[in-house]
Design a protein around this ligand. Structure first.
Ligand SMILES: [Zn+2]
Length: 322
């Protein structure tokens, strides 16, 4: 073997190895460079992001401070306004005195309010239920009754009397065409009912309510012309100044019924409330317990009609009592 050839081969082989190593070195450096670049890029991204978040947080902090400052400023203004209001009011000496006066006035009205619950057209299927409720709340009322010849109602008249209510007259027949046919027919109707009630209870009734009221427009006779007859027989008549609307609007729900009656009785010292205990109108019996509860809670006096009660008249025999 030629030593020169051998040396040449060795040199070539070394060169090849050198080139190979150079190439690997370049690959490794390249990879490192890429890695460094990626790390740098990630670092830059994180840095920029962090900086951005930091800026946002700073803005939020500033906004929060401004909002808090505005709120506290607003509260100061508000409390100042209240102080001014109170100060101004106190200077004018209005609120405390006025409040006391108003409360006192309301108390006076409530103390003086008398409410007479009156039931027309009974006895009917709900009269005993009404009497039970009145008994439960220790309330006395007035019943303007008709002549129920059905024996099942016989004891109801007596119960009304026995339980301290006022038994009063409304009509024997409650038939307008009969009652108001003539003055004689009217007088007969009243006297027949008075006799009927005396027979049932031993009580001679003194109080009367014209069917339809003393100003009704169905009568063919003059109501006014009948007043001397009532007076001769010692009979006082009562209209009403609070219509519960149980007959006028039978579909009214109990809450509306109560609100309506309460509003009216609070507006005057004496209220004679028109209700019914017939079979036709049931709102009064449905709402009675709630109504009594409400009126008693308000401290109003619920009374039966007596000879001391100031009557309510739609028509007057005399122009003025005074
Ligand atoms: Zn009636």
């Amino acid at each position: 073997m030629n030593p020169k050839n051998n040396e040449k081969e060795t040199t070539t082989s070394k060169l090849l190895l050198f080139h190979k190593m150079e190439e690997q070195k370049r690959i490794v450096f390249g990879a490192l460079a890429v890695m460094v670049f990626l790390v740098a890029a990630v670092f830059c991204y994180v840095f920029i992001r962090f900086h951005s978040i930091d800026q946002q947080m700073e803005e939020l902090r500033t906004q929060t401070k401004e909002t808090l400052a505005q709120q506290s400023e607003y509260q100061v203004v508000e409390s100042s306004s209240e102080d001014e209001t109170l100060a101004g009011a106190s200077e004018e000496e209005l609120p405390v005195e006025e409040t006391k006066k108003t409360v006192k006035k309301e108390d006076e009205i409530v103390d003086d309010v008398r409410v007479y619950l009156t039931f027309d057209d009974g006895p009917g299927p709900y009269t005993n239920q009404i009497l039970d409720i009145l008994k439960k709340y220790h309330v006395k009322a007035t019943f303007f009754v008709i002549a129920q010849e059905n024996e099942k109602y016989r004891e109801v008249y007596q119960r009304i009397v026995n339980e301290g209510h006022t038994l009063a007259m409304h009509s024997y027949t409650h038939d307008y065409s009969i009652i108001y046919a003539s003055p004689e027919a009217f007088e007969k109707d009243v006297l027949d009912l008075q006799a009927f009630l005396y027979d049932r209870t031993g009580v001679t009734c003194q109080f009367y309510r014209f069917p339809g009221g003393s100003n009704n427009h169905v009568s063919t006779i003059s109501m006014k012309s009948q007043l001397p007859f009532l007076e001769e027989h010692g009979i006082e008549y009562f209209d009403w100044n609070v219509d519960s609307m149980d007959a006028a609007d039978p579909s009214e729900d109990p809450d509306t019924f109560i609100a309506h009656v309460v509003e009216n009785v609070c507006s005057q010292p004496t209220s004679i409330v028109l209700m019914h205990d017939s079979s036709t109108f049931t709102t009064s019996v449905d709402a009675l317990e709630g109504l009594i509860n409400r009126l008693q809670t308000m401290g109003l006096r619920l009374l039966p009609i007596t000879e001391d009660t100031d009557p309510v008249h739609f028509i007057e025999k005399k122009k003025s009592k005074s």
